[in-house]
Structures are given as C-alpha cells and as structure tokens.
Write a protein that binds this ligand. Structure first.
Ligand SMILES: NCc1[nH]cc(CCC(=O)O)c1CC(=O)O
Length: 303
C-alpha cells in the first residue's frame, strides 16, 4: 500500500480548509490518502502590519522550510501570497481551478449606500486606492489579522464594513455575510486572487507528476499572465496593482491597473493573446503601463 502524502499547512481556518479541499481532490482523483501536517508560520504570530514586513512571502517561508527538511511532501498556498519570483528549489506542481476571484464587502449595506464618512477596513493599498476612486468620501482604515478578526470589527461596530477576498470568505464559511461582491470593472482583484498553488520540491519529479493531476490549464495561463504583470512592474503584494485574466480555451484576455494610493490617477489597460504566451502578454502589458506612467503612480509602494 502506498503511504499517505504529507501536506504542510498553516493552522488558520482558511489555510486548513483550503489544504483539506486540495487533499480531498487529490484523494478523489488518485485514491491515495493525504494527511495534513500543521505548521506555525511567522506571518501567523507576528503583530507587525503586513505591509511593513518588507514584502511578500511571510506565510510561505515556514512551509518551504518543512519541504526542505522533508517533513512534508507538499504545501498549498494562496497564490496571491506567493512572491512572483519563484524560488528555484520549488515547483508549482499544480494550479487548481480558481475559485471566485473578486473582492467582497462585509457590512450591513451595499458600498454605494454607506453614509459619507463611514469607516471601511482593509489592509490592502490596492483596495484602498481603487475604493477611494469610487468613494473618496469614505474613511479607509488599515486593519490586520485573519478574516475572522476583520469581520469581528464590523460586528463590534468599530467599522461599518470590511473588504475581503470572496474566495477566502467562502472557504471559512462566512460567504453568507457578504453584502456585495465587487465586479472587476470597479475593483480589479490582486494578481492570483482566488487561486491556490500546490507546491513541492523541484527535485521530486515523480511527486510533481502525481500532483499535476490537480492542475487546471486555464487557471495556470490566466494567473501566469496576471503575475507577469506584477513581476514586470517590480511590485509586491502591497502595491496598488490589480490584474485579472480569463482563458476561454482559445484566447487569454488580460486587464491590469495601477492606481495612485489616493485613487485620483490610474493606468488601466487590457490585452488579448494566446494562452501559450501568457507570460509575454503580461510583460508586454506592464511595459505599456510603465510607458504611461504606472511606475510613477506606485511610488513608495513598489517593491
Ligand atoms: N492577503 C491575505 C489573503 N491571502 C489569500 C486570501 C484569500 C483568498 C484568496 O485570494 O485565495 C487572503 C485574505 C483576503 O485578501 O481577504
């Protein structure tokens, strides 16, 4: 009998839920058992504001340490938390079919119905910038902590609403509290939002082959283009950059935006191309955006 695969996961509800989803999908497809191994990460224990931690990857490195130490076989990350520069010791063996890519408002009314001066919580400069463009009359409050903590600030009355990723809310069973989902025309999601990444060591070709049953090619081309924009802009997860692509099986349609943090200026562009040229499409779009001043808009939030 084959031994179970060991899946390293952060201990938060969102992480264990998404890890369990991937574990179940793998077992369904292959018949092989997967056991979850809980790992505590720096990103879970630190009190520092995420945007001040010097970029991406705080949730990722502890899981990668366990891969290197051979304590786990693979890990599942939220793709949007993964640095665009891939560490050569690891491979994204599968990018499963993406869940909802959009952002959602949790609160007692829709965004347009919030009274002037209402306090809206979000830790993301991207969301602050784009929401400020729609409603400059609201107060945007930097918040941190897991989704549960953030939603709690609405229940306690400290905030009128919070904005979180729809996919994450669904994963922790709080999708029912969503007052509104933002369409991409008004709030373009973070590159890779809603997608998971299945990662293992690059020196385990057999395992990469096993895990590849979970890969969804249309998701892979879409998020490859989105992440290529982010990489070419030399922006990190804290930059006010949105990107979203759809691969319909023939054509890859990509839209990206960079917004000044006050929401007053934006460079937004779209492009279409072949899914097999996803990375190029993203790079070219980013170059056009830079030519129109995108890097100036990012200011201190680049890198
Ligand atoms: N930045 C933290 C983070 N990383 C992934 C998700 C949620 C879901 C996803 O995009 O897969 C969240 C929470 C959020 O942004 O609301």
């Amino acid at each position: 009998m084959t031994s179970p695969l060991r899946l390293g996961t952060r201990r938060s509800l969102m992480a264990t839920t998404q890890s369990q989803m991937v574990a179940d999908a793998y077992t369904r497809r292959t018949g092989r058992a997967v056991e979850l191994v809980g790992v505590t990460t720096f990103g879970d224990v630190t009190k520092a504001h995420l945007a001040q931690l010097g970029g991406t990857g705080v949730f990722v490195s502890a899981l990668r340490d366990k891969l290197i130490d051979d304590e786990v076989d693979f890990a599942v990350h939220s793709l949007k938390d993964l640095p665009t520069k891939q560490d050569p010791r690891f491979t994204l063996a599968a990018l499963p079919a993406r869940h909802d890519h959009r952002d959602a408002l949790v609160g007692s009314c829709k965004f347009a119905d919030l009274p002037p001066g209402a306090r809206v919580g979000t830790g993301s400069p991207r969301r602050v910038a784009m929401l400020s463009a729609l409603r400059p009359d609201l107060e945007y409050v930097a918040i941190r902590g897991n989704a549960d903590t953030r939603i709690g600030k609405v229940a306690s009355g400290e905030l009128d609403a919070v904005v979180l990723a729809s996919a994450g809310l669904a994963r922790i069973g709080r999708g029912g509290e969503i007052a509104q989902i933002f369409e991409t025309e008004e709030l373009l999601p973070a590159p890779g939002q809603g997608a998971l990444a299945v990662e293992c060591r690059a020196d385990r070709p057999d395992l990469i082959e096993f895990l590849s049953v979970l890969d969804d090619p249309a998701t892979r081309s879409a998020v490859t283009a989105e992440r290529a924009v982010l990489a070419a802009l030399e922006a990190g997860c804290a930059a006010p950059v949105g990107a979203f692509a759809v691969d319909d099986g023939h054509t890859l349609n990509l839209t990206a935006v960079v917004v000044s943090i006050d929401g007053r200026e934006a460079v937004r562009k779209s492009a279409a191309g072949s899914p097999s040229e996803a990375a190029n499409l993203g790079r070219l779009l980013a170059a056009e955006m830079i030519a129109e001043g995108a890097d100036r808009l990012m200011g201190e939030h680049s890198h």
